[in-house]
Design a protein around this ligand. Structure first.
Ligand SMILES: [Zn+2]
Length: 136
């Protein structure tokens, strides 16, 4: 089964280059070249293994590209759901926001009331007394 070492070396002198293997994997070779490559592969374990490894790398690249895309998509989904969850999962935030809104409303109400009190004091000190008389 085991090849003689010198045989090995002799065979490997005609070995496929990495470019040839890649072209073969990508179907970039013409028929005669394909035939040559396949003839060599049939007689050379080294190149068959190398080609296997290369096709693995190729599919790994594709896989990692798909994984990247999936991860990107997943990341997007996670981020989206994180946004949605943060709305649901942080009632404290909403308590704070509603407190701030209430404070703003109170401030506005205070300003309005303050202003109308001032208006009353400025314009209507005497009519106010008259009104008081009229009411009683
Ligand atoms: Zn070879």
């Amino acid at each position: 089964m085991k090849m003689n070492h010198s045989d090995d070396i002799l065979k490997h002198t005609n070995c496929l280059t990495q470019n040839q293997m890649q072209d073969y994997l990508k179907n970039n070779l013409n028929r005669t070249e394909v035939r040559k490559v396949e003839m060599h592969l049939a007689s050379c374990d080294f190149c068959t293994e190398a080609l296997d490894g290369l096709s693995d790398i190729d599919s790994e690249k594709q896989l990692s590209a798909t994984m990247k895309q999936m991860r990107k998509h997943l990341h997007y989904q996670v981020r989206q759901s994180a946004v949605q969850k943060s709305k649901r999962r942080h009632p404290l935030l909403w308590v704070i926001i509603s407190i701030i809104i209430v404070l703003i409303i109170l401030l506005l109400a205070f300003l309005v009331v303050n202003r109308s009190i001032k208006d009353n004091q400025d314009n209507a000190t005497i009519p106010k007394q008259e009104q008081a008389f009229n009411i009683t």
